[in-house]
Design a protein around this ligand. Structure first.
Ligand code: NAD
Length: 515
């Protein structure tokens, strides 16, 4: 079934506890909602375990239709004046701000994170729209007059073409906006494939974009899984791919897109370390560790999952963290008293919990076991865990758990702590807590991570910088959003020109030399 876009925008129906209405989350292809595919999946409410929506999984043919719509919209959009493109982005910013609470509610209902956190995600996504709205500045070229007698050179930045954007479940609003705001501002057209676990927000954003004046076909949304991703990777019409997700998939997307000759950036998983030096303020470090380890149930790529204590502060810091854990409020994201919601699926919750057993069996000390906190109902809740005496060969350390489990690794010296961070396979973010500016500066110089926090536990850069990790946290050379996104989503062209007097024209077979 195809539905022309109605005035207003898409709102997923909420389902009652008796499960009366299950809305279908549509694809959005060439400005039309498409609600059917041969295969479908179910979107659950993680706080209740209820079946909430059905989501069609795009076939290869449907994905190709979305790619064709994006290709058809490209000539018109890339020729649209920068002023008109800027207008659309300003209107989108207004609409996202006006609908912030509504968008946050959609995120909470499908992802589970608490409403305040979801609203924060929308705000961080709006930052990317604000950056992109400066496109008349970002797209400026360069000009050199008289590089040779009567010869001038200038450069322009042109769109790369049709861009495929593939996003993870954990930030269903912010991560799509990391990509699509800049891609569209730069004159590209887009096929967005959001996570099948929380697909509604992408449709909501795309329809707000349409309401802001974006022509049909410039931003298409295909729902689904690997089949849709394969179609994007294999289409000769797609020129560039932006991906954010887990490391094994990121690596494979990078390799396959590169072999197909596409420009690609693929951001992967993380294991972020927070190093606490003996001179740090224990209470502030404990507050930061609890916030960054357990916020959004640890399902953030910038979550702190390893605490590296230096010297003799470990016991004091662990007791300060344990005390704070005791007063954390875990419950449905819609409850304003909840500080942490459920995990995304029951399967993921069980996988996260299994790491606590594995840690105990391998000799670590489980200080707080999240499974001991019981929860009523069928939601995917899990209490938070704190594991001490972790060593770097244990699975609780080596694997990205992506849940509310904080490992403590004890180091004797700064050098030992630094070596632990740098030897880890991931390099997304790293934080240092200290009052010593000299050591902080040295850490900034030494640490192998793309984003560094000094007394800041989640150093997600503001929208005017770019976001990206090192090592197995990013495949490709361009970080996402901010200035590097303008570079990623444009191709530069250099034009050399002269306007000679025909009377001076002559044949010259030599290689042109300047003069
Ligand atoms: P995921 O890798 O399972 O899925 C990401 C996307 O890839 C989804 O759209 C999914 O449908 C698709 N996908 C899944 N399997 C695929 C396959 N075999 N072939 C092609 N496509 C496939 O990740 P997730 O569980 O949705 O998200 C959590 C992960 O994302 C974590 O590892 C987290 O660290 C990472 N993440 C990283 C960043 C970053 O900036 N580095 C940001 C957010 C999330």
């Amino acid at each position: 079934m195809n539905t022309e876009l109605e005035p207003g925008h898409y709102r997923p129906n909420t389902v009652s506890s008796s499960g009366v209405t299950v809305a279908v989350v549509p694809h959005l292809i060439d400005g039309k909602r498409v609600e059917t595919s041969d295969r479908t999946g179910t979107v659950f409410n993680p706080a209740t375990g209820e079946r909430q929506h059905e989501v069609p999984y795009a076939s290869r043919q449907q994905t190709d239709e979305a790619i064709a719509a994006a290709a058809a919209a490209l000539p018109g959009w890339r020729a649209t004046s920068l002023t008109k493109r800027t207008d659309v982005l300003f209107r989108l910013r207004t609409l996202l701000t006006e609908h912030r609470d509504e968008i946050a509610a959609v995120v909470t209902s499908e992802h589970g994170k608490v409403l305040a956190d979801a609203a924060g995600e929308v705000a961080r996504g709006i930052e990317n729209v604000e950056f992109a709205a400066g496109l008349t500045d970002h797209l400026k070229g360069e000009y050199s007059e008289q590089v040779s007698s009567g010869v001038d050179v200038h450069s322009v930045k042109q769109p790369v073409g049709v861009v495929g954007c593939i996003t993870p479940f954990n930030f269903p609003v912010m991560v799509p906006l990391w990509m699509i705001a800049s891609a569209i501002a730069c004159g590209n057209t887009v096929v967005l494939k959001p996570s099948e676990k929380d697909p509604s927000a992408a449709v909501l954003i795309a329809e707000l974009f349409a309401e802001a004046g974006l022509p049909a076909g410039v931003l298409n949304v295909v729902q689904g899984d690997k089949e849709a991703v394969d179609a994007i990777l294999e289409s000769p019409t797609v020129s560039a791919v932006s991906f954010v997700g887990s490391t094994p998939i990121a690596r494979s997307i990078y390799e396959r897109a590169a072999v197909a000759g596409k420009r690609v950036q693929a951001l992967g998983g993380a294991k972020n370390h927070m190093v606490v030096l003996p001179d740090a303020d224990i209470a502030s470090a404990a507050d930061a560790a609890v916030s960054a380890a357990y916020g959004s149930a640890g399902e953030r790529c910038m979550a702190v999952s390893v605490l590296v204590t230096v010297g003799d502060i470990a016991d004091d810091l662990i007791s300060a963290i344990t005390e704070r854990i005791g007063s954390l409020s875990i419950g449905p994201g819609t409850d304003s008293s909840s500080e942490m919601g459920p995990l995304i699926t029951g399967e993921h919750r069980d996988r996260v919990a299994s790491y606590v057993d594995a840690a105990r069996e391998s000799g670590a000390k489980v200080v707080v076991d999240g499974r001991e906190q019981g929860f009523d109902g069928d939601g995917y809740f899990l209490g938070v865990s704190l594991v001490d005496a972790v060593t770097t060969d244990m699975s609780v350390y080596t694997d990205e758990i992506f849940g509310p489990v904080l490992s403590v690794v004890r180091a004797e010296t700064y050098e030992e702590a630094l070596a632990i961070v740098n030897e880890n396979q991931y390099g997304n973010g790293a934080a240092l807590f200290t009052r010593d500016g000299g050591v902080a500066r040295q850490f900034e110089f030494d640490v192998e991570a793309g984003m560094v926090g000094i007394n800041v536990p989640i150093p997600v850069p503001v929208g005017s910088y770019s976001f990206g990790g090192w090592k197995d946290s990013l495949f490709g050379d361009a970080h996402i959003y901010g200035p590097e996104s303008v570079h990623f989503y444009t191709r530069s062209k250099v034009v050399t020109s002269r306007w000679p007097d025909p009377a001076t024209s002559r044949i010259d077979l030599g290689f042109p030399a300047n003069g």
